[in-house]
Design a protein around this ligand. Structure first.
Ligand code: CDP
Ligand code: MG
Length: 158
């Protein structure tokens, strides 16, 4: 199996609810190697770069949902003037799928209770959107693209 790298973000809902430690605990249980970590302020530019490939696709043909996604990752719903997320890179055999398995499926109500999203995610009754705590790259191509957006090469261990 190939050695892969994958990106995880603890999103603003996870940061607001102080779930970063619990999320990392679950991620560490994969025994993959943590090779990068930083707290980042999510600007509009960074948010749009991160989600660029989702714009106009699937549920995001609904412009309102896409703008919600951008506002969400920018921390606009979670009261953090510093707009922070925690960005992590894990490396190892089959890392993309291994991290996705620990994270769980997109809808927290469908996610298995032994995943991060299943254990800690929720659907916000106020606006009906998912608060699924973490982002994880969906495939190797996404992972390589996303890691470049969040990290400079020298910020990652080899
Ligand atoms: O994050 P994941 O790869 O599982 O899902 P995605 O299809 O790439 O969508 C990105 C994010 O959009 C999700 O993690 C959710 O935060 C949000 N989303 C949502 O709120 N409602 C949906 N019906 C679909 C996605
Ligand atoms: Mg995705």
């Amino acid at each position: 199996m190939a050695i892969e790298r994958t990106l995880v973000l603890v999103k603003p809902d996870g940061m607001q609810r102080h779930l970063a430690g619990l999320a990392i605990d679950r991620l560490e249980n994969t025994h993959l190697e943590l090779i990068g970590a930083r707290i980042a302020t999510v600007t509009d530019k960074l948010a749009r770069e991160h989600y660029a490939l989702l714009e106009g696709k699937g549920p995001f043909t609904d412009k309102k949902l896409f703008e919600h996604l951008i506002n969400f990752i920018k921390g606009e719903y979670h009261g953090d003037p510093k707009r922070r997320v925690l960005a992590l890179v894990y490396q190892g055999e089959n890392a993309v799928q291994g991290i996705r398995a620990a994270v769980g499926v997109t809808n927290p109500e469908d996610a298995s209770p032994d995943t991060i999203r299943g254990a800690f995610g929720r659907i916000c009754r106020k606006h009906g959107y998912f608060e699924n705590v973490v982002h994880a790259s969906g495939n190797l191509e996404e992972a390589e693209r996303e890691i470049k957006i969040w990290f400079r090469p020298e910020e990652l261990l080899n």
